[in-house]
Design a protein around this ligand. Structure first.
Ligand SMILES: *Cc1c(COP(=O)(O)O)cnc(C)c1O
Length: 402
């Protein structure tokens, strides 16, 4: 089928919640995507930080096919080995003692908010602990609970009223956090590195202040590592360099290796408040996605993998800082590991569109930030290729007539 015809069908029959790029993708290989016209694109989006191992990874495909032949879905009424083993693997490499599985990032956050509320209900009966603290620039998802703690007005306003008791404090503001978190607070939710909000790393002092205030007032601390977790920032968990651990943590994007999987990790102290029937999911963590997730986790935690991510991170950072020195449109370059934002003094969307013409896929984070989130297996030559194209896009955008 011709690309134009496919695009016409999507525009005619699919609900218009997305503005899609003007080509039709057909296959992927490593860090490259190919469209139906045979054009090749270097992919610096990776399905929005999902495809950590790139496209067509042999071990992922092998695990998926083998498990699909054995057993694909039975619901959560029954035990299966892949489910048990993945939960063990996640606990063994994190702060957590238990895992709840779901299908997406927003669901992982819904679960975290419910578990935090239940914990307060069980441990502090009679107290009003309904306040949830979130932060400016946050993105936690699109369902009503997660949307309630998402900061951007454009996403929220059409759907109000949202969950009551949510208060936004300024991100990375230690004094405001100390003042704002109190005996009325039930939970605090934060991304250790904000993705959609513009690629903003939280400072260690800020995360430590949240931990201290939560402990002082009996509130639970939730880290949303849906985008920044699982090696994206150069450590397995984005919270690691801060030395601060949460009470709950949410994961999704890269966890299922391209299949839908979310998870809410929690300490035993919090888990003790949860009983059968409190939460659930029909689809979550089927044996196929669990087998794939075990491959993803074992590869990211394999000796040398994250050191290598950090090496390529340093290289990408150096190349992006060069761009910043050479182009007046670049206001700031920030990030960690293999998630970087290039903040511009103009809208970033036209550069994304122009990138498609040159065979590069990048995306935005907010209005003025180009977001670069390649597969974690991207190599230096591919980084050079991406930076060269972005260099050309910036040069073009800086021409007086542009
Ligand atoms: C993408 C994202 C979500 C939402 O995940 P979905 O799978 O799209 O529901 C939540 N939190 C963060 C930090 C994200 O980047």
């Amino acid at each position: 089928m011709e690309a134009d015809e496919i695009i016409r069908l999507e525009q005619r029959y699919v609900l218009g919640t997305y503005k899609r790029a003007p080509f039709v993708l057909e296959r992927g290989e490593g860090a490259y995507l190919y469209d139906t016209r045979g054009r090749r694109y270097l992919d610096m989006v990776a399905g929005i930080a999902v495809n950590a191992l790139g496209y067509g990874d042999a071990e992922v495909l092998g695990a998926m096919a083998a498990q699909a032949r054995r057993l694909m879905h039975v619901s959560n009424l029954y035990h299966t080995a892949p489910h048990a083993l993945l939960a063990r693997d996640l606990v063994e490499c994190s702060f957590a003692d238990r895992v709840f599985f779901c299908n997406s990032g927003t669901e992982a956050n819904e679960a975290a908010l419910k578990f935090a509320r239940k914990w307060q209900r069980v441990n502090r009966p009679g107290e009003d602990r309904s306040e949830i603290i979130a932060f400016t620039g946050s993105f936690h998802g699109r369902t009503m609970g997660a949307l309630s703690v998402t900061h951007r007005e454009k996403y929220r306003t059409p759907f109000e009223p949202l969950l009551p008791g949510v208060r936004f404090l300024p991100f990375n503001d230690v004094a405001a956090a100390r003042r704002g978190i109190g005996p009325q607070t039930g939970a605090v939710i934060v991304e250790p590195l904000q993705g959609e909000g513009g690629v903003n790393p939280a400072t260690s002092e800020f995360l430590q202040a949240l931990r201290d205030s939560c402990d002082a007032h009996g509130a639970l601390l939730i880290f949303d590592e849906v985008q920044c977790g699982l090696g994206r920032t150069g450590t397995l968990w984005a919270y690691e360099p801060s030395g601060v651990t949460p009470d709950l943590m949410t994961l999704a994007k890269p966890l299922g290796g391209g299949l839908p999987l979310g998870a809410t990790l929690l300490t035993e102290r919090v888990a003790a408040a949860i009983a059968p029937g409190d939460h659930g999911s029909t689809f979550a963590a089927n044996p196929v996605v669990c087998e794939v997730a075990r491959v993803v986790l074992s590869r990211i935690t394999a000796p040398g993998f994250l050191e290598d991510v950090r090496r390529r991170s340093a290289y990408l950072e150096e190349r992006l800082r060069e761009l910043q020195r050479r182009h007046r449109l670049v206001v700031e370059v920030r990030g960690r590991g293999l998630i970087w934002g290039v903040e511009l003094s103009v809208d970033a969307a036209p550069l994304v569109t122009a990138g498609y013409e040159r065979g590069l896929i990048v995306t935005t984070a907010g209005e003025r930030v180009l977001r670069i989130v390649p597969p974690l297996v991207v190599n230096e030559a591919q980084i050079d290729e991406a930076v060269t194209i972005i260099d050309g896009l910036l040069t073009e955008a800086e021409r007086p007539e542009a």
